[in-house]
Design a protein around this ligand. Sequence first.
Ligand code: K1U
Ligand code: ZN
Length: 173
Amino acid sequence: MTIRPILIHPDPRLKKPADPVAEVTPVLRQLATDMLETMYDAPGIGLAAPQVGVMLRVMVMDCVKDDATPARPMVLLNPEVTWESDELSTYEEGCLSIPEQYADVERPAQVEVRWMDLDGVTQTERFAGLWATCVQHEIDHLEGKLFIDYLKPLRRQMITRKMQKLKRERART
Ligand code: K1U
Ligand code: ZN
């Protein structure tokens, strides 16, 4: 089991667009496995490759929350939103790269997403609820966008300062 370290904001790699995946290789499969293990260990419901310092358009997610429903680990390569609903929904989002900070973000309530799976096959699915929120949050990571970029500048600045302090403290220990 390989848990990869998660980058903490501010970090230039979290602000940069990631590169498309050209083909599925053993190295890419290992990255996907490590990302799922890292996400479950955190714990989180999603993770994008730039958060572990890999600048490729790879994301994982599993938004199953209740113990009665089987887990649904998903790996999405080169995901793209192909349709979004006019209806919006607001969710109090968090981010593994911005620990212990939460804020309401408004996004389309449903989205249709196209991606390549680990067999190199194109998939399309319509997501709603937490799945829709999470897939949009992760695709934003692949564009170098964080949920705090939706907030007013003052709030964003306050959160960034807290994260700078957290990084200084972690570097000392
Ligand atoms: O991308 C990330 O930083 C992961 C992030 C995904 C996300 C959370 C909330 C809304 C949209 C996207 C997280 O997983 S933060 C942790 C979290 O939400 C959670 C952790 C344990 C149980 C349930 C949720
Ligand atoms: Zn995040």
